[in-house]
Design a protein around this ligand. Structure first.
Ligand SMILES: [Zn+2]
Length: 92
């Protein structure tokens, strides 16, 4: 059984960090927690589902996103055009 050394809550063995404070779990119960040991409160547990992480796109303005999308689109079409032209040349 793993415990958070700061909060004193019991953590699931698969939990790499305490969801409350982020501390690395320890194998032994901390002395402060051994008296009134409690499980991690279910209402504070992470909701089921994918974890949404911040991406570099989150910091961009709408106009910057549009420009980036256009640049990527241009790059894709540019590569498609070049490969098509090279393919034609090799056939003829
Ligand atoms: Zn903790």
């Amino acid at each position: 059984m793993n415990y958070c050394p700061r909060c004193g809550v019991r953590l699931a063995d698969a939990e790499p960090r305490c969801p409350l404070c982020g501390a690395a779990p320890t194998e032994e119960a901390p002395p402060a927690a051994s008296a009134g040991l409690t499980d991690f409160p279910a209402e504070l547990a992470r909701p089921a589902g994918p974890v949404v992480r911040a991406t570099p796109l989150d910091g961009l303005k709408r106009s910057e996103r549009s420009r980036l999308a256009l640049e990527l689109l241009g790059l894709v079409f540019g590569i498609a055009l070049v490969t098509t032209l090279l393919d034609r040349k090799s056939v003829v």
